[in-house]
Ligand binder design. Structure first.
Ligand SMILES: C[S@@+](CC[C@H](N)C(=O)[O-])C[C@H]1O[C@@H](n2cnc3c(N)ncnc32)[C@H](O)[C@@H]1O
Length: 258
């Protein structure tokens, strides 16, 4: 193995994520769209049980790595739904991964889902739900596609600060509008619970999420795919405020059509 490959492999082998650590770092980096997608997915599975044969919608799946991972590791049927990535490209990756019978690529806007109501046992979303799910009407909309009692689990960039709170200077000077979608676990809990349609079982920050985010960026930097502005901000933050929110809820009622 070349020295750089060996460095990458070491950097991306993390005890907390034994399943993800077995995947080829080059495959991960070639298909990256943000933070390490398999670490986000594996961290959700620490709290969200997935069983063979479950029908799972992976909303905003990007290059479908998380759909491939969850199908391979947990035996689920995954619908890999995304807006920006071509489903033909995802189909190629899915076939190469040997999962053509279990991962189904779909091009769709999360706000116009082409599925039957009540079809899914679970919905998951990694580093994507923040693009559409802060709309107060979005959760009621997407729950229509979940069977009664089904589960929804998301992992999104998070900030341990309520909107409108004073920010430390290292955040204020680096603030960009996208960061308005970095919200806290309690914000997400309230946002979902007030619909009256779910019971929120977990709303927390992933343990060591910021450290892992920086570890990933540093590893990507080894092969020229890092993103220094985020790495600088994470270094300045020292794991205080930034990280990833993990939210898991179960639908309590049938959607009432209006
Ligand atoms: C930062 S990427 C993350 C992709 C992938 N989940 C991952 O972790 O690598 C965000 C993804 O959200 C998807 N997305 C954003 N808005 C969307 C929408 N309205 N409907 C469906 N997908 C959307 C984009 O297509 C993009 O692939």
């Amino acid at each position: 193995m070349s020295p750089i490959k060996e460095q990458l492999r070491r950097a991306l082998t993390v005890e907390r994520y034994p399943r993800s650590s077995a995947y080829d770092p080059q495959w991960l980096i070639d298909n990256l769209m943000g933070p390490h997608p398999l670490w986000l997915a594996e961290s959700l599975t620490h709290v969200m049980p997935l069983h063979p044969g479950m029908r799972v919608l992976d909303l905003g799946c990007g290059t479908a790595l998380t759909s491939i991972f969850l199908a391979r590791e947990f035996g689920i049927q995954a619908w890999a739904a995304d807006l920006w990535t071509k489903p033909t490209d995802n189909w190629k990756r899915i076939q190469e991964a040997g999962l053509a019978d279990r991962v189904h690529p779909i091009h769709t806007d999360a706000r116009a889902l082409p599925f039957a109501e009540g079809f899914f046992d679970a919905i998951v979303s990694f580093d994507a739900y923040q693009y559409f799910g802060t709309d107060v009407l979005y959760l009621p909309y997407c729950l229509k596609f979940l069977k009664p009692g089904g589960s929804i689990g998301i992992v999104v960039p998070g900030l341990r600060l309520e909107p409108g709170s004073d920010m430390p200077p290292y955040l204020a000077t680096r603030w960009v509008p996208d960061m308005c979608s970095y919200l806290s676990p309690s914000w997400w809990r309230r946002h979902w619970e007030r619909t009256g349609l779910v019971t929120v079982e977990v709303a927390d920050m992933i343990p060591d999420g910021a450290e892992d985010w920086l570890r990933w960026l540093d590893a990507c930097d080894l092969v020229g795919r890092g993103f220094e502005p985020d790495a600088e901000m994470l270094r300045a933050d020292r794991g205080e405020l930034l990280g990833f929110c993990r939210v898991l809820a179960h639908s309590t009622t049938r959607h009432i059509p209006r």
